[in-house]
Design a protein around this ligand. Structure first.
Ligand code: BG6
Length: 484
């Protein structure tokens, strides 16, 4: 099946931090792929902006190298790459001073969408916003895209929102959470709200519990200094996992419209209950197999930052009263896998004698790898010998079902940048949403900091600390296996 590609309006996109890691790995290769797909119009322009004193040729060469490294070989078309690079320019800019701003202004064209991607340290967000105005570079239609971390607690997030709000309206601010750009995450909304099948069952009366797992095999090597100030709670839970939880738990919005969707997510965040210390397990991966552990990677032998977290979360509203949500995420785990698993309750009465054969229905939404959905169902075991039950998966890998090659599924960043140009904020976090998420997270972090708690060690390549298993076992439940 060929997906429909609707070209977006012509744009000038400025990437602050254009020479940085995110630009190289995700933003620029993603834009090339949108150009290749015909979604980025011929007369759109990309302007890299960074401190480095580079010529335009040198920057283009960097972008070419990034495409070579991060775009699948089968999608690298030499002629198209050359055309794409011809649309790229560069300005060396001093984010905190005056250098480069007039040169940037001279590059901006009237009558096209102006978008500014802040792929820089959050401490520069305010300076960039202020200078875009002072130099009359941002017009009334301009959009800014801000990367996480959006603050490190409620106070800093509020301060950041305030500084951005003094230069841009909320409708111009795109706070990116790349999890919302993942194909399956959006499919979660389609599955819930475009089918009648699940909605009547989507509540505590029928759902026993929900598990959200984001397991990674990578450690924090190379970004230990940043990570050590965040930990899994700030790096993954406050944003990505919270967003997943919201999409599962929210009420149907009245329309698939940015504010309608975000209003419903906000209600979920506000209904999250404070978490008791016994409902959280924090871990830190240990050295092993010739590789360093977290403490070596973060370069602070006394660090108390967690590289793993598991928690039991309660949502206090009519729909979810009594259905726990178990969240876990960690680095250096056995496999890279992200999924949401919704476990349904037992039928109220079994008419079959084969009680042992019975297992719960589970709806699994796989984010990665092999995006898709699986519904675990009970059926009769085939053959003679009476009515014995067995569980089988109804499995739909999206790539198979849709006939698309995995290489052609747009990366989250590609989709989100195109949404910025289209002016669609549905998949971006609103300021009040981010603040509500921090308001819930802050006391949890303050709790363990106040108690001086150290995370538990866990072996690299394992499924996390032992206490995380206990978090489930004591409730008579178990985590799903982490397998790639
Ligand atoms: C980022 C985190 O936001 O998400 C990283 O800072 C994490 O620590 C990454 O590895 C995970 O993203 P993905 O898309 O690979 O699951």
């Amino acid at each position: 099946m060929v997906s429909r590609v609707i070209p977006v309006e012509s744009f000038d996109l400025v990437i602050f931090g254009g020479t940085g890691d995110l630009a190289r790995r995700k933003i620029l290769p993603g834009l090339y792929r949108r150009y290749l797909a015909g979604q980025m119009t011929e007369d759109s322009r990309i302007i890299g902006a960074a401190r480095a004193d580079l010529t335009e040729e040198a920057f283009r060469a960097q972008v070419g190298a990034a495409i070579e490294q991060f775009v699948p070989k089968a999608r690298q078309d030499t002629a198209v790459i050359a055309e794409f690079l011809a649309r790229i320019s560069y300005v060396s800019i001093d984010a905190k001073g005056t250098g480069g701003w007039e040169a940037l202004r001279a590059k901006m064209r009237p009558d096209v969408v102006r978008a500014f991607y802040f792929s820089v340290a959050p401490s520069l967000f305010g300076e960039l916003a202020e200078r875009l105005h002072r130099h009359s570079i941002a017009d009334a239609r301009a959009r800014i895209v801000v990367e996480k971390p959006f603050g490190r607690d409620l106070a800093s997030a509020k301060a950041l929102n305030a500084v951005l709000a003094s230069h841009f309206s909320e409708g111009q601010i795109y706070r990116i959470d790349h999890y919302l750009g993942k194909e399956t995450v959006q499919n979660l909304m389609a599955v819930r709200f475009a089918n009648i099948l699940f909605e009547p069952l989507w509540k505590s009366e029928y759902i026993d519990h929900v598990q959200i797992t984001v397991a990674e095999t990578v450690g924090v090597e190379g970004r230990g200094a940043y990570y050590d100030k965040s930990g899994a709670m700030r790096d993954m839970v406050q944003n990505h996992m919270m967003q997943l939880l919201c999409l599962i738990a929210m009420e149907p919005p009245y329309h698939f419209d940015p504010d309608a969707v975000r209003d419903e997510k906000l209600k979920v965040i506000r209904a999250l209950q404070p978490i008791a210390p016994g409902d959280i397990v924090r871990g830190q991966y240990l050295a092993g197999g010739g590789e360093g552990g977290y403490l070596e990677h973060c370069e602070d032998p006394g660090s108390r930052t967690e590289s793993y977290i598991a928690m039991k979360v309660a949502i206090a509203n009519w729909r979810w009263q009594g259905t726990p949500f178990y969240l876990r995420t960690g680095k250096k785990l056995r496999a890279r896998t992200s999924e949401i698993a919704i476990t349904f309750k037992q039928p109220p009465h079994s008419i079959f004698d084969d009680a042992e054969g019975w297992k719960e229905n589970v709806l699994v939404i796989r984010l990665q790898p092999n995006e898709g959905m699986e519904l675990m169902m009970m059926i009769k075991e085939p053959g003679p010998g009476g009515m014995r039950l067995m569980q089988v998966p109804l499995d739909m890998a999206f790539a198979d079902a849709l006939g698309v090659e995995a290489d052609d599924v747009p990366d989250a960043y590609e989709r989100l940048i195109m949404d910025v140009i289209r002016g669609n904020q549905t998949l971006f976090m609103r300021g009040d949403e981010v603040e509500a998420a921090w308001a819930w997270t802050d006391p949890i972090i303050q709790g363990w900091e106040g108690r001086g708690e150290r995370p538990q060690g866990y072996d690299a390549g394992s499924t996390g600390p032992d206490d995380a298993l206990m978090l489930m076992h004591r409730d008579g439940r178990r985590w799903r296996e982490i397998k790639g």
